[in-house]
Design a protein around this ligand. Sequence first.
Ligand code: PMP
Length: 400
Amino acid sequence: TASPVMESQTTVTFSPTAGSHGDSVFSHVVRAPEDPILGEGKPLVLNVVRKAEQMLVNDRSRVKEYLPIVGLADFNKLSAKLIFGADSPAIRENRVTTVQCLSGTGSLRVGGEFLARHYHQRTIYIPQPTWGNHPKIFTLSGLSVKTYRYYDPATRGLNFRGLMEDLGSAPSGAIVLLHACAHNPTGVDPTLQQWEQIRQLMRSKALLPFFDSAYQGFASGNLDIDAQSIRMFVADGGECFVAQSYAKNMGLYGERVGALSVVCRTADVASRVESQLKLVTRPMFSNPPIHGASIVATILKDRNMYNEWTIELKAMADRIISMRKELFDALRARGTPGDWSHIIKQIGMFTFTGLNKEQVAFMTREYHIYMTSDGRISMAGLSSKTVPHLADAIHAAVTR
Ligand code: PMP
């Protein structure tokens, strides 16, 4: 006998040529441009992650039940500790609510949507330039997106004066997106003194900080140092949003594991905020996935595994720093015109080379080197073997 599925298939009127003759109800849909970055390199799986996964597999008591709407409790608690510090008064006073979301992107989106629903000022300022997904995420969250100056092409460093002027003239209460460390795409971060000035200015104008922490551990190789900007804002007792991602620092890209934390002034407010965050996530994805969060929690709660992770993380960060040095030396050896010291000064995974669109296109065409059209190179994708080829390409592009 035919299955119900087969039966229903035979009763559907179906024209196999619809679509191909242009009479589909979707024939007006235009092809969207391809995302230029997704699907780049092949990141390694950390040993400590493999070990955690093995432990999870061997644990027969584990089931595939849904997580609660807010996600895995251990994961949330440990994620807050990781970003705010083990001795954070905000955590001790229960003023932090943390919900597990779909990596950094999902955490930004949930935070954005909460703010659009419950915060009086719906304008968010994002740095110019910033990660290309930021304006889209926040616009679709229901916020209105404006930019503040961040990068100075002349010095290939921070435009601190422009940043302070723009935040200084932002309307009181506006939300400000800050990259916690290893700014993408520029690799340029404020110094601690500059962070302190930014904090004072923002608090004096009641600007609301929304930190994007996608690279904790990747800037300095140390998890606590890379969280210092955030901890400064939390230490003053004021409100703060943080979107955390484990894509890079645990190499869990495809597991989509991250968290949104909201630091409030009182425990009572924090619990009410959490109740509303659930109303944001429930119709969006119901509840978050269990596997990635279990890997993270397994590593974060075991002292030995945690230590092993920090060693692997530091090795990744150090390797990037040594790639910077090798690339810089290779350009100097070739006598490539220009000051390339920004390659060693910039922080994190990316180098914002300063190469223009035409030079980038030339390098792709002639040397098969792929980077974003704004001249951003992923240092994580480089090795000692490929540095000379890249240096040749840059040399040819700028001397052409
Ligand atoms: N913020 C920044 C600045 C990023 O560079 C990225 C990843 N490229 C993300 C957030 C989010 O990444 P994911 O959603 O994979 O955690």
